[in-house]
Design a binder for this molecule. Structure first.
Ligand SMILES: [Zn+2]
Length: 320
């Protein structure tokens, strides 16, 4: 059993502006928590920048060019028009700074590097400590602080480069993984499951949205008691995952359903993230020889996100 963490300092340099929720301190604090001496067995392999050919597995050539052409020489540039109508939305959008071009490449490279190492047996499981996040990014559009869909690129790359038949993606971020759903909703070779609060931006992810039978959306209403959230996780998410076949498990790990997160009307506690990850790893042991790649998404309370990421890392290190 080996656990590795994929991180490059370029991901900290992405700056969407003063007082933006998706700020550098999120990742700095998480990395500090993951460098704790109790995690001395975690490997930290060097990360290479992502390749354009891999980004094109998910995104359109025109959008990829638009992103890199939009990186400003100085200051900030908004690359998203937020037209979602939601009572639960602070109106923040995706913004690039001069260093965002490198950050988005290293975020993708962290995930494809993790795929390489997990699928060649160099590591059993992996945590990708990346930003900007990815699960809202559509094939041709930035959305919700997400530029490239890091986890969707990783899943497609795993299928193409390593001939994997089927992969599963589980997303427990507070928000619906609408970008990931859009990429795979017509593709039964990927099973995608998202838990998320509804109503909440981006106001998608209703249970009726099932794609080609390969999508499971598990909405959680605002102020759902923690016990009810966890029961739904067990009955619906784990119950369904047990019925699916897959060769590698990807996890979109956002920590904004934590009770301390200002975007959340949910009440998960730090230790619950250990439980969620341990549950997933237990299924992964039986389904895909434990091959698991966790990718950081949202989470806006700096301390809750860091302690929750550490809880996930504890589960990865203790994986069966
Ligand atoms: Zn989120």
């Amino acid at each position: 059993m080996t656990t590795s963490c994929y991180y490059d300092p370029h991901c900290v340099d992405h700056d969407p502006g003063v007082n933006h929720s998706e700020r550098s301190a999120r990742l700095k604090e998480i990395v500090m928590a993951l460098k704790d001496p109790s995690f001395k067995d975690v490997r930290w392999p060097a990360v290479a920048p992502g390749r354009k050919e891999d980004i094109l597995l998910v995104h359109t050539p025109a959008y990829v060019d638009f992103v890199f052409d939009s990186v400003p020489q100085s200051g900030y540039r908004e690359i998203e028009v937020n037209d979602v109508v939601s009572d639960y939305d602070e109106g923040e959008v995706t913004v690039l700074c001069p260093k965002s071009g490198d950050a988005v490449l290293y975020a993708v490279g962290s995930v494809t590097g993790a795929v390489d190492d997990v699928l060649t047996g160099k590591t059993t499981n992996a945590f990708c400590a990346v930003r900007p996040p990815g699960h809202h990014a559509l094939p041709d559009k930035a959305m919700g602080f997400c530029v490239f869909n890091n986890i969707a690129i990783g899943a497609r790359y795993a299928q193409k480069r390593y001939n994997l038949g089927r992969v599963a993606i589980v997303d427990f971020d507070l928000h619906h993984g609408n970008g990931t759903q859009a990429v795979f909703e017509k593709d039964p070779s990927v099973f995608f499951c998202s838990t998320h609060q509804l109503p909440l931006w981006p106001e998608s992810g209703y249970a009726e949205e099932t794609g080609a039978g390969n999508i499971l959306n598990v909405p959680m209403e605002p102020h759902l008691p923690r016990e009810a959230w966890l029961q739904r996780w067990k009955d619906l998410v784990l119950g369904r995952l047990e019925q699916e076949a897959f060769d590698c498990l990807f996890v979109s790990a956002g920590f904004d359903a934590h009770k301390n997160d200002h975007k959340s009307c949910q009440s998960l506690e730090t230790d619950d993230y250990f439980r969620l990850m341990a549950d997933l790893l237990s299924v992964a042991e039986r389904k895909c020889r434990s091959r698991t790649i966790v990718v950081l998404e949202g989470g806006y309370d700096i301390h809750a996100s860091a302690s929750s990421a550490a809880a996930v890392m504890r589960a990865l290190l203790a994986a069966p």
